[in-house]
Design a binder for this molecule. Structure first.
Ligand code: PDD
Length: 281
């Protein structure tokens, strides 16, 4: 496997950044994950718009023109011969002697790109079985709108889910509302067919998959409510699912051990999964 690191394409096993990279010492960086279908990146422009926003919010310089970044990411996909999978881009504030404040403006951001194949049949089989989620207390910083590489709470939440035999953890805020998953947006569908997901205004990462799904819902004339919901409302829902670039739509069949609907993937979730790529660019 091949990775791109600061201007070089290298074997993944040799690819490395400096030990004083601020990503390593402070999690001072941001990332994006794009799905690859048929060897092409899905929704690249939207991912780049979000990357630029994350960089701007953290006052990290844009490392290069987005057209150059696109060439590099596509090249990593090509060199790894990926037809279906994901490409990962990470930009950190760069290498400097450890000091919390920003380094001098001549320090260049570090850019890393890796990619991996996913097993389409395996993901599809998981979607047809559905997955279990647990809930856990929201303990992340308030700026979860920034796609920062500081993911320790997310790591712990995912592991808590695994330890409990579940696939994902949904965060619940101090008002008792579900915000999102450790690495996905959370959705439910009520028994009368309304599709509910938290507003992207605050408290969640504004998912690219989520944004495309909003368009899919409109085209299918399904009713969308961008509002808060509780784990109880999820347990009483007809269906639930999660969305992200790596899994698109993954049906959820139970929450904290309570079956959702008939405990099987819902027809609307499976339909959205099927329709998604007609709307992605
Ligand atoms: N995760 N919320 C969080 C906290 C996420 O980490 C992600 C994505 C999403 C969904 O965003 P999108 O639809 O743009 O992928 C929501 C990526 C896939 C990851 O960390 O691997």
């Amino acid at each position: 496997r091949i990775a791109y690191v600061n201007g070089l394409y290298q074997n993944l096993s040799d690819a490395a950044v400096n030990v004083e990279d601020r990503g390593y010492q402070f999690a001072d960086g941001v990332y994006e994950v794009c799905e690859i279908v048929g060897g092409k990146m899905v929704d690249f422009p939207r991912h780049m718009a979000r990357l630029e926003r994350s960089l701007r919010e953290l006052r990290i310089a844009t490392p290069m023109a987005l057209t150059s970044l696109k060439v590099i990411m596509q090249e990593v996909v090509r060199r790894n011969r990926i037809s279906y999978g994901i490409v990962y881009l990470q930009v950190t504030r760069g290498v400097a002697h450890r000091d919390h404040g920003f380094p001098s403006p001549d320090v260049k951001p570090s850019v890393v790109v890796t990619a991996k194949s996913l097993n389409f049949a395996k993901n599809q089989a998981a979607a047809e079985r559905g997955v279990k989620v647990i809930t856990t207390a929201e303990n992340r910083w308030p700026r979860v709108d920034i796609k920062s590489v500081g993911l320790l709470p997310n790591v712990l939440a995912r592991q808590e889910a695994r330890d409990k035999g579940a696939y994902e953890a949904w965060y619940v805020d101090d008002k008792g509302f579900v915000t999102e998953g450790a690495s996905c947006n959370a959705w439910i569908i009520t028994k009368d067919g309304r599709v509910i997901t938290k507003s992207a205004e605050r408290g969640i990462l504004s998912g690219i998959t989520r944004a495309v799904l909003v368009e899919v819902l409109a085209s299918l004339q399904l009713k969308l409510e961008e509002r808060n919901f509780t784990p109880k409302e999820a347990a009483d829902a007809a269906e639930a699912f999660v969305s992200s670039a790596s899994q698109i739509v993954m049906p959820v069949i139970s929450i904290d051990g309570n079956p959702i609907g008939n405990g099987k993937p819902g027809p609307t979730a499976l339909r959205l999964r099927q329709e998604f790529h007609k709307f992605a660019d």
